[in-house]
Design a protein around this ligand. Structure first.
Ligand SMILES: [Zn+2]
Length: 355
């Protein structure tokens, strides 16, 4: 499990051999994800949004944009009485949204032209929408504000979870017919096949998590062993009165995947390395290898996460070998799940062979 003190463990080897690239079967181009957010939402904009002041503007648009037919459809033809700002002039029936952009990664001019895919993960509904503003404030615990019309179309209510994706193909090839033509020159030769999203058997929410800091990139996956049963892991991660530990996912011996923390939030699974990582627990004892169905589920989940968050394949670590992991004395986790030798080389070899 996550944070147990194991005084007799050896220091991890400093060298980490590069895993060999697996032989890819069919090469399929995938969309390059340029921006992704998943978490709670609310709504904003339009004449009735008194949360915005009468003169409040938008981070991505100026009054001059009202003359541009590419953008003018997002706004009402005349300002609502008593208002001067673009925020209240948004047409609440059109599909727009705001996220906390890092303008180094997604500059304003890019965002103005971008079209995002907005999804309601709980019912699978999706719609295309345009970024118009920066927000919501991080203190709200939400990741996005949507137009009232977009929220209604997707069946979302305040504090429901939304998923927003801006990909290279969406941003540059608005006409579907151009997609493959535009995609080809931009794609490196050795793109992995598109991964399917594995089935999550149940979302069992853990309170032991926090919002990731703005601008934090998810850049690694940490693999754990529960050193106990499924029931004890789920129970431990739901307790808020003891060690306050958690993980994003727990995979049972039979391959069932439970999610406990949204990817966009920070779980407490790897002291010192939680901020940019996703933690996956595998049910097993200190001496168990992965069960066959569990290994299949874990590889599928890892493939999906690598693709979703554009994580390098070399950044999949066993708990004890994670860069930044800082618990004194270390841990024996992930024990013998991925092989008999306690080393990152064992993890890398398993990844090369299975993921
Ligand atoms: Zn662990």
């Amino acid at each position: 499990m996550a944070q147990k003190h194991k005084p007799q463990k050896k220091k991890p080897a400093a060298k980490r051999p590069r895993p060999k690239k697996p032989a890819t079967k069919k090469i399929q181009p995938v969309e390059e994800i340029l921006f992704r957010a998943e978490g709670k939402m609310s709504t904003f904009g339009g004449p009735k949004d008194t949360g915005m002041s009468a003169d409040e503007g938008l981070a991505l648009f100026t009054p001059a944009d009202l003359q541009d037919p590419k953008y003018s459809y997002l706004f009402l033809s005349t300002p609502p009485p008593g208002t001067t700002g673009l925020g209240r002039r948004l047409n609440p029936d059109k599909y727009y949204f705001a996220c906390r952009w890092n303008y180094n990664d997604t500059p304003r001019e890019f965002l103005k032209r971008a079209l995002a895919r907005v999804e309601n993960p709980s019912n699978g509904r999706t719609a295309d929408a345009r970024p118009v503003d920066w927000g919501p404030n991080i203190a709200t615990g939400r990741v996005a504000d949507l137009s009232p019309g977009l929220a209604t179309a997707l069946g979302l209510q305040t504090d429901d979870v939304v998923r927003i994706t801006i990909s290279a193909l969406r941003a540059t090839a608005l006409k579907p017919a151009q997609r493959t033509k535009v995609a080809k020159p931009a794609m490196p030769v050795s793109r992995p096949p598109t991964a399917a999203r594995p089935v999550i058997k149940q979302f069992v929410r853990s309170p032991n998590c926090s919002s990731r800091q703005v601008g934090t990139k998810i850049d690694k996956i940490v693999l754990h062993c529960t050193e106990g049963s499924l029931a004890s892991a789920l129970a431990e991660f739901q307790k808020s009165d003891s060690r306050k530990v958690s993980a994003h996912y727990v995979i049972d011996r039979n391959g069932d995947i439970y999610q406990m923390v949204n990817d966009c939030d920070c779980a407490n699974h790897c002291m010192g390395a939680n901020h940019g990582s996703i933690g996956i627990e595998h049910v097993g004892s200190e001496t168990d290898p992965l069960a066959p169905q569990q290994a299949v589920a874990s590889a599928a989940l890892i493939r999906w996460l690598l693709q979703q968050h554009q994580i390098p394949r070399t950044n999949i670590f066993g708990h004890d070998f994670t860069p930044g992991y800082s618990r004194p004395g270390g841990t024996s986790c992930p024990d013998k799940l991925f092989g008999p030798v306690h080393s990152q080389a064992t993890i890398a070899a398993w990844v090369a062979a299975n993921v």
